[in-house]
Design a protein around this ligand. Structure first.
Ligand SMILES: Nc1ncnc2c1ncn2[C@@H]1O[C@H](COP(=O)(O)OP(=O)(O)OP(=O)(O)O)[C@@H](O)[C@H]1O
Length: 258
């Protein structure tokens, strides 16, 4: 099966006022449809830079980027912008909600600004479905000032999901939230993967990273798998455990504690 996203040997050197600084030196990554991957790494290691390359806000210097098997490494900017709005949903640490609009209007903005024309009725239905997906349909008419930080971030997640993106890119989405609220936001994003959306989460939070299927660490410009982390590793370990308890088959034992 073709991977949703493949990065092969991606390189990027940032040239600021100081000496050029290599950020990516050959990063490889593959994400399948409906798969969730966390990217960890120390501050300044280049996680946001990598996410902006994946989200087509910036270009790599070298390497190859395939999206759904299509080589988009050298896509012209106009096509990249169209692909960005059609295929990706973005969630950032800051919510970037428009203060004077309700939650529903903030979400619907993504449909107005997106590709193609959506009828008003369809926009309304999609907006409510997206708000419902993140558990806050009842807050549709509230303006941001009347919402908690967690609720505002869930509006931002709904805005990212409303166009049914193939890939959700989240950069420290829980950075401004307390632990409990952060967990809720992670869960609504993870739930989107059940509907086939890929998810790449940049985070400093090891617990949140562990809720993704796979965890990789960006270090010295390369992505390294974090062995034993993520839900895929946990279920692989579980699967390796014997299913026979005290000599009884699972059926005989009734409940098998793995
Ligand atoms: N436009 C730019 N020009 C030059 N240097 C930059 C630019 N953007 C970021 N940097 C530098 O590149 C490095 C990587 O930054 P980046 O924000 O990608 O790291 P990060 O891993 O996301 O960090 P954090 O976890 O603190 O958010 C940092 O040293 C940063 O100062």
């Amino acid at each position: 099966m073709t991977a949703l996203l493949e990065l092969h040997g991606l390189t990027k050197t940032l040239k600021g006022q100081q000496a050029p600084r290599p950020i990516l030196t050959g990063a490889d990554l593959s994400v399948d449809r409906g798969e969730s991957v966390a990217i960890l790494g120390r501050s300044g290691s280049g996680k946001s830079t990598l996410l902006s390359l994946i989200g087509l806000f910036d270009r790599a210097d070298g390497g190859q980027y395939l999206l759904g098997g299509r080589d988009i490494t050298k896509l012209p900017e106009r096509k990249a912008a169209a692909l960005r709005s059609a295929e990706f949903g973005f969630v950032f640490q800051r919510f970037f909600l428009l203060k004077h609009l309700t939650a529903a209007q903030n979400v619907a903005m993504a449909l107005v600004n997106g590709q193609g024309w959506t009828s008003r009725r369809k926009r309304r239905a999609k907006t409510l479905a997206a708000l419902d997906q993140v558990g806050i349909a009842h807050l549709a008419k509230h303006r941001p000032a009347r919402l908690s930080g967690g609720e505002q971030q869930r509006v931002a997640v709904a805005r990212a999901l409303v166009r049914d993106p193939r890939l959700l890119l989240a950069d420290e989405p829980t950075g401004a939230l307390d632990t409990e609220t952060g967990n809720l936001v992670i869960e609504v994003m993870r739930a989107a993967t059940d509907r086939g959306c890929g998810l790449i989460l940049v985070t400093h939070d090891q617990d949140h990273a562990n809720k993704m299927q796979r965890v990789v660490r960006l270090h010295d410009g390369l992505l390294h798998p974090v062995v034993g982390a993520g839900t895929a590793a946990a279920s692989a370990t579980t699967a390796a455990l014997p299913t026979v308890v005290d000599g009884l088959s699972p059926a005989e034992a009734g409940t098998v504690v793995r």
